[in-house]
Design a protein. Structure first.
Ligand code: SF4
Lengths: 526, 213
């Protein structure tokens, strides 16, 4: 299909997966701020990388010209996205690759699992990919009986520790060397018990641990940094060589990539390969970049697949003010310069995409009314450091303000999209405001608490919720609500003991202490 | 509707405001005035910064350099397109070509074989002095991607004529559809406290022989 769109304009379809906060940002931030080790690790790491970035950026006399070219190329890609996708598809296919289209996380996951099963494989090696993290691929594969081994050192640390990444470039930025050693000693089979905390020794331990896996893997799963429409070429930028291993050794290669990663052609790569390494690791060039175009006979994987992922990208594109968030090349410069990120770390943002870019991208992909993501646009002091650092000049502060407006409008019911169809969030908010408006109403809601326990299994965990909450429970369990609320407990324990106690009514505010967006001191400059 | 049609429709619908396609200003440097010795010097400086080892040689001295570098290593792999004469000196030391294994069409080295090999010697397609980058494009003197990956030491020959100053100049000399590996120093990680450590999964030692003339 090609040509102009003639049908009825459709309502945007938002993304699902690991794109949501688990709790409002101010609350998560407050907890993370209470962890001094985390703050020390983060402070050291972001300072180091900021200095390195500044040094290598100031070396280039044409940095601003490169940024401007990068911005314009990305903008032109977005305006021509349908035709570029079709052009890419034709070229990739002509060279022996197979393209799959996935509307959302669920579709992408089942496509990947089916491709792995076709090979009779029960394990895959993976090279760091934001897209597969966004769709919760590892969790899904595990359910399907397929083990996915992360091979990037930081991802390996995080995976071994059953933790979550906290930075898009250095996912284990919140761990220091001694913590890493302890994780290796605890979780890595056959590791030398004398292992020290020297980074070189730790890297050597990871090399030994993964070597066999690389040499025997039949299937690899990767992301991609860039895709060139005019040739069907894909690019992966990395440091350790784990990417090269995954992209070269296995017979089958499955790449998952968001539709926005396209570039028109070869001559655009020269712009982005100057912008990306200097902005991300603060190096003149990253140690390794691999490019492949479909299948090369006799060299590398002979069974090559690409899953093109929407998962809310088309919805983000529909937001005229916000669509430039899709220009992001995931360099992470914005988080390294962000005063809020430096203190809270990545976990406070909940989503796969943390920091300033996450604060705009996550709600754009999921919709501003989705779950808790409406507090993300407030996770900023609007100081503008992210805009200055961004290699493709995404005006993050402007989009933050725009999304705050959307959020306020949606709560007032002004937003066109939301007025057409009240979202579950709107309904939920209405219910909450009714419940909290008086103690009597709240008491009625509390009577329904045992219903929540029915939704939970015997292990007292709710593992699947319908509707908008589905994304939330997809990769995590939430504890079932208690059999009685704090208010009920208080009344039983205290009022009952006081014969003169008034019946349960009134305006006590138990359970209403969750702060509203922006109320936790994240608004002012440090 | 199938997923493809659906996604393309959603994207077209998202663009119904018909945003204008912007001009792309390419005012960045696309060529440089550098040449000859300046390029060799700059490339050397950048490679040393990445902790690669650099040797600058006249063409006639390359076999001797290779023999010296290979001294003490076990077996080493070479792609079939690399001139045999480069190894005359090493072979003389060995009393034959016993340590050398060639990866050739129809005679491919398996991954297991490569895992048992200590080093690989390859040529290169083009280099970028400013960023210290050497680009391999799987031509016959560079071989399949896997041979320069699995052995722990990569000895890479860069002819002076291949060196460009900046990335746009280098990419103009390449065909984007060939499988490419861009190499800027030995494998490294900065994942632990952002301290750069050389040597993770790729070759932990990178020796670069720059050939003058
Ligand atoms: S928004 Fe800009 S600075 Fe932030 S990760 Fe994306 S490209 Fe980098």
């Amino acid at each position: 299909m090609s040509g102009t769109f003639l049908g009825m304009p459709s309502l945007p379809v938002f993304g699902i997966g690991n794109l949501h906060e688990h709790e409002p940002f101010p609350k998560a931030a407050r907890r993370e701020l209470g962890n001094p080790q985390l703050r020390a690790n983060l402070g050291h790491a972001t300072r180091t990388i900021r200095d390195k970035r500044l040094a290598v950026v100031s070396e280039l006399p044409d940095w601003e010209e490169l940024r401007e070219a990068g911005r314009a190329i990305k903008e032109s890609v977005m305006t021509r996205l349908p035709e570029l996708l079709e052009e890419f598809e034709a070229n990739f296919t002509a060279r022996g690759g197979t393209i799959h289209w996935a509307r959302d996380a669920g579709e992408a996951n089942s496509i990947v699992a089916a491709l792995i099963r076709d090979q009779g494989a029960t394990e895959v090696v993976k090279v760091k990919s934001m897209a597969t993290q966004e769709i919760g691929l590892n969790e899904y594969l595990e359910e399907q009986g397929i083990a996915a081994y992360e091979t990037d050192l930081a991802e390996l640390i995080v995976q071994l520790d059953h933790d979550k990444p906290s930075h898009i470039l250095v996912p284990a930025i919140h761990k220091n060397r001694s913590q890493v050693r302890d994780i290796f000693l605890r979780e890595m089979e056959g590791v030398d018990p004398e292992l020290t905390n020297e980074p070189a020794r730790l890297a050597a331990a990871a090399r030994a641990h993964l070597r066999r896996k690389f040499l025997s893997a039949k299937v690899a799963v990767s992301g991609a940094n860039f895709a060139l429409a005019d040739s069907g070429t894909l690019a992966v930028v990395e440091s350790e060589g784990n990417g090269r291993m995954c992209l070269t050794l296995p017979e089958t290669l499955i790449t998952v990539m968001g539709v926005e990663k396209l570039l028109p052609g070869w001559e655009d790569l020269e712009v982005f390969m100057q912008l990306l390494p200097r902005s991300s690791t603060g190096e003149r060039m990253n140690p390794y970049t691999s490019l492949w175009t479909g299948v090369t006979p006799d060299d590398g994987p002979q069974n090559v697949h690409l899953v093109l992922l929407d998962n809310g990208r088309s919805a983000a594109l529909a937001d005229e003010m916000g669509r430039s968030a899709l220009h992001c090349i995931r360099c992470s410069a914005c988080m390294n310069v962000c005063p809020v990120y430096e203190r809270t770390g990545g976990h406070a943002y909940g989503s796969t995409y943390p920091g300033p870019i996450g604060a705009i991208l996550s709600p754009l992909l999921t919709g501003i009314t989705a779950e808790e993501n409406n507090s993300l646009p407030y996770a900023s002091s609007l100081c503008g450091a992210c805009y200055d650092a961004c290699p493709v000049k995404i005006n993050i502060p402007d989009i933050l303000v725009h999304l705050r407006g959307e959020d306020v409008d949606s709560k007032r019911g002004k937003n066109r999209r939301k007025r057409a169809m009240p979202s579950q969030m709107d309904v939920g908010m209405k219910a909450a405001s009714w419940a909290l408006s008086s103690g009597k109403n709240l008491g009625l809601v509390e009577k329904a608490l045992p219903l929540g326990r029915l939704a939970a299994g015997p292990d007292r965990k709710i593992t699947k919720l319908p509707g908008i909450a589905a994304g939330w429970t997809q990769s995590r369990d939430i504890p079932a609500p208690p059999g009685q609320s704090f208010r009920q407990w208080w009344n039983k324990e205290h009022r009952a003991a006081r014969p003169d106690a008034a019946p349960a009514a009134g305006t006590d505010a138990a359970g209403t202490d969750a702060p509203g967006p922006g109320s936790a001191g994240t608004e002012e400059n440090p | 509707m199938n997923a493809r049609a659906d996604i393309l429709d959603r994207i077209r619908s998202a663009l119904r405001d018909a945003p204008a396609v912007p001009e792309v200003p390419r005012d960045y440097r696309r060529s440089s005035g550098l040449g000859g010795e300046e390029l060799i010097e700059l490339l050397t400086d950048r490679l040393l910064d990445y902790k690669a080892n650099v040797f600058i040689e006249e063409a006639a001295a390359v076999p001797q350099r290779l023999a010296a570098l290979l001294e003490g290593t076990g077996r080493y792999a070479v792609p079939h397109g690399l001139a045999e004469s480069l190894f005359a000196e090493a072979d003389a030391h060995d009393g034959g070509s016993g340590r050398r294994v060639t990866d050739a069409p129809g005679q491919r080295l398996s991954v297991e074989e490569l895992d048992g090999i200590d080093a690989v010697v390859t040529g290169s397609a083009v280099a970028v002095a400013e960023t210290g980058t050497i680009i391999l494009d799987a031509a016959p003197d560079q071989g399949r991607r896997v041979i320069s990956l699995v052995p722990d030491r990569h000895i890479c020959i860069v002819r002076a004529g291949e060196i460009t100053a900046i990335l746009p100049e280098a990419l103009r000399r390449l065909d984007g559809t060939r499988p490419q590996t861009w190499i800027s120093g030995p494998s490294a990680t900065s994942d632990i406290e952002l301290e750069r450590v050389e040597g993770v999964h790729g070759p932990r030692t990178l020796d670069v022989v720059i050939v003058r003339g």
